[in-house]
Design a protein around this ligand. Structure first.
Ligand code: NAP
Ligand code: 8YV
Length: 325
């Protein structure tokens, strides 16, 4: 294909460097500072056929690009992309499932262990010279031994977490909207019932309206005073003020959070708590896995423009066929 015929792909607001490099070899690549319709000029509106994104894409931005065919989003969670609106416009949306599943499950186990066994605090104790001066680090009040684990969102990552929890010798149960047939774990038809049945709740459900503040004061109360909440799904899924109150008043025991409602801003009321273990959204954040995610973003665009087929369409747009614009 000659230079002049190359499809135009726009990257608003930055993207993984490996994806940008590959996109530059495959497409005419344009960049803008952020996904704001005011950054789209008439030339872009006419030419842009693909978006490669790691940022919020709303209906107004999609509507500002009449020639748009596909939005390739970096990450498996695509709550920041208005996929329903894209579907009404016949625009394909893709995400990056599977390639990050095991990494995020590994991170979840690390966060759970850190939350209960205080490894980060213990290392800080050693580095501060306190082992020498004060003796052994205090025994941890919490342990994984004897815990029962509930998974909110037994999908790709939830199952990978469940397999690891099984290997730790702990019972697993779960809540989804739909029962999963091929797993041996107990199903609970509501999140409150799951929380009441376990003392360790791992949230790996997607963000969006359906899960907004689903982990609320009632769910935390049901989890109980020995309760541990781990959230690697989306911050919006947890009512953060209710969680901070429960942690402060010790109506639950501890929380380990990798995701927050307003990233990168973490509420002061969580930062102040010593029974909250906080990570800066690093679930998939290894060089290996982020590169695989970046490749899948580009591979989706290449497949779409070369073979009229997206590799990993999101459910809302899986039935969309390519219409050349
Ligand atoms: P997935 O395979 O689609 O699994 C999602 C699970 O959540 C499904 O089992 C689904 O079952 C359940 N679910 C969805 N909506 C629900 C609702 N309203 N109520 C109850 N259950 C619901 O997705 P995945 O690949 O495992 O990824 C899950 C999420 O992890 C992503 O969406 C993202 O937010 C998060 N994530 C975070 C990181 C990180 O760095 N911390 C990295 C990757 C992913 P039903 O449809 O039967 O309800
Ligand atoms: C990424 C994630 O950190 O895949 C997801 O849903 O949350 C993470 O893997 C994020 O998407 C990158 O912006």
């Amino acid at each position: 294909m000659s230079e002049i015929q190359r499809n135009v792909v726009l990257v608003p607001g930055g993207l993984h460097h490996h994806a940008v490099k590959r996109l530059g070899g495959e497409f005419d690549l344009l960049t803008i500072e952020r996904s704001d319709p005011s950054f789209i000029d008439a030339g872009m509106a006419e030419k842009v056929r693909g978006l490669a994104v790691s940022t919020r894409i709303d209906a107004a931005f999609i509507d500002a690009l009449p020639a748009l065919e596909i939005i390739a989003s970096f990450g498996v969670g695509y709550d920041a992309v208005d996929a329903r609106h894209a579907a009404t416009r016949g625009v394909m949306v893709t995400n990056t499932p599977d390639v990050l599943t095991e990494e995020v499950a590994d991170t979840t186990i690390g966060l759970l262990l850190n939350t209960t066994r205080e490894f980060a605090k213990a290392e800080n104790y050693l580095r501060a010279g306190r082992w020498v001066k004060e003796g052994n680090y205090p025994l941890t009040e919490m342990t994984l031994r004897g815990r029962t684990v509930g998974i909110f969102g037994l999908g790709r990552i939830g199952r990978a977490i469940a397999r690891r929890i099984e290997a730790f010798g702990l019972p697993v149960s779960y809540h989804n909207r739909n029962r999963v047939d091929d797993v041996p774990y107990a199903y609970h038809p509501s999140l409150a019932e799951l929380a009441a049945a376990v003392d360790t709740l791992i949230c790996v459900a997607p963000g969006g309206a359906a899960t907004e503040k689903a982990v609320n004061a009632d769910v935390l109360r049901a989890l109980g005073p020995d309760g541990v909440l781990i959230n690697v799904g989306r911050g919006t899924t947890v009512d953060e003020p209710a969680l901070a109150k429960a942690l402060k008043e010790r109506t639950i025991r501890a929380a380990g959070l990798d995701v927050f409602a307003d990233e990168p801003n973490v509420p002061d009321e969580l930062l102040e708590l010593d029974n909250a273990t906080l990570l800066p959204h690093v679930g998939s954040a290894s060089i290996h896995t982020r590169q695989a995610m970046a490749d899948l973003v580009v591979d989706n665009l290449v497949s779409w423009f070369s073979f009229d087929r997206a590799l990993t369409p999101v459910p809302e747009t899986s039935g969309i066929a390519r219409t050349r614009r």
